[in-house]
Ligand binder design. Structure first.
Ligand code: UFG
Length: 364
């Protein structure tokens, strides 16, 4: 049985204008939730905010501010009668966290503390936390079930694990405080409208945006980090998950938190259970974009593991959720966003590239 408030429940999405947050907000509104976004626009734009509003076709409140500002969080929780929080705000680049760990401790840990304190002070007792498969470290046991041991390899991962543990303590201290930590594998793709997606302003660290920018002619070629792993083609294997599937996983987690049988704090993997190598991704993206994506195999990237795969059984049994989009769809939607996002920037080389792609696709 669902314990939903009489009004449509109101959800605060911290970081709701970011890559994952924007998709989560669209799915929450589609599922009937009211949404208030709290975002400081450090790694998101007002253009995305406008696009979210257009896609939702319903009112979405946006509060501009920082999750570390407890007074602001409390005001927001009270003013909008918030019933639950999805906490996505935070820093997320592994390399940056190694160069500046204090920045990560400051933003991620202090943000979580301020939010949890504000929730306690305002009697808001449900939270979905955006965690990461990075908490499993370099585990040899694949696929990774939630019971696998955890291991921290960098400050970013440490903040994710520490926040999960903080939530353990907070939920243990108050009977009516319930939580789900979602451990994301490799989120990729974009909304099928092509309106929202991932748009890194610096050189991308992650494979999908790098491949996509190479297909668009912004980068020359993809550097494939390592061709000598113990995998079928020697390149790294990951569990890529379409961001819309991931977003729906948040809605399922929230429904679960509003149910009778919600446990104190569950950790749940969000992945597909299927792995693809770097070369398979490049091949699939080349097909989806109609562009031959050039690549070169170079040395391994320090800190990378050969394989990272989710055991996605728990999400299915507990939440009734499973991913439905395949790799082709991930590539197509990622490419559609890449194509839809660029013309605003009046990039003539991109326009040329687009025409080239259209010609390849139409066979002319
Ligand atoms: N890769 C390349 N070339 C690139 C970028 C990546 O060959 O330019 C390879 C990597 O070596 C790896 C695969 O592509 O084999 C995926 O790499 P990503 O950087 O896209 O993703 P990771 O698996 O390294 O990292 C992701 C998230 C992190 C999270 C980590 C562990 O981006 O936030 O999963 O869960 F910490």
């Amino acid at each position: 049985m669902l314990h939903l408030p009489k009004m449509r429940p109101c959800i605060l999405a911290t970081g709701g204008c970011g890559y994952i947050g924007s998709h989560v907000v669209v799915e929450l509104v589609a599922a009937g939730y009211q949404v208030v976004i709290l975002d400081n626009f450090e790694n998101s734009t007002h253009k995305t905010a406008a696009r979210i509003k257009r896609l939702c076709k319903r009112h979405v409140t946006i509060v501009e501010g920082d999750v570390c500002d407890r007074a602001l969080v409390e005001d927001t929780l009270l003013q909008y009668n918030v019933n639950a929080v999805i906490h996505l705000a935070g820093k997320k680049a592994v390399g940056e966290s190694m160069a500046d760990p204090i920045l990560y401790f400051h933003d991620n840990l202090l943000g979580a503390i301020a939010l949890l304190e504000a929730m306690r002070n305002c009697d808001v007792g449900r939270i979905v936390f955006s965690s990461s498969a990075t908490v499993y470290g370099a585990s040899e046991m694949q696929p990774l079930a939630e019971t696998a041991s955890t291991c921290v390899l960098n400050p970013y991962g440490r903040t994710k694990l520490m926040i999960e543990e903080m939530i353990d303590d907070v939920t243990a201290s108050a009977q009516d405080f319930k939580a789900v930590s979602l451990r994301y594998f490799n989120p990729v793709g974009a909304h099928p409208s092509g309106q929202i997606g991932e748009n890194p302003t610096d050189v991308p660290n992650n494979l999908f945006p790098y491949v996509s920018q190479t297909a668009a002619g912004i980068r020359d070629k993809v550097r494939v980090f390592g061709g000598d792993y113990e995998t079928p083609d020697g390149t790294g294997v990951r569990d890529y998950i379409h961001v819309v599937d991931l977003a729906k996983g948040h809605v399922a987690a929230l429904d679960y938190l509003f149910s009778d049988h919600a446990a104190r704090h569950e950790r749940i993997n969000l992945g597909t259970g299927t792995g693809y190598s770097v070369l398979e991704v490049i091949e699939a993206f080349s097909k989806a974009s109609g562009t031959r994506v050039a690549y070169e195999i170079v040395a391994r990237r320090p800190g990378d593991v050969a394989v990272s795969l989710a055991d996605a059984t728990f999400a299915k049994t507990l939440l009734g959720w499973e991913a439905t989009h395949n790799l082709t769809r991930m590539c197509k939607d990622h490419w559609a966003f890449q194509c839809g996002g660029k013309p605003d920037e009046k990039d003539s080389s991109f326009t040329r590239q687009l025409h080239f792609s259209e010609n390849v696709l139409s066979g002319s």
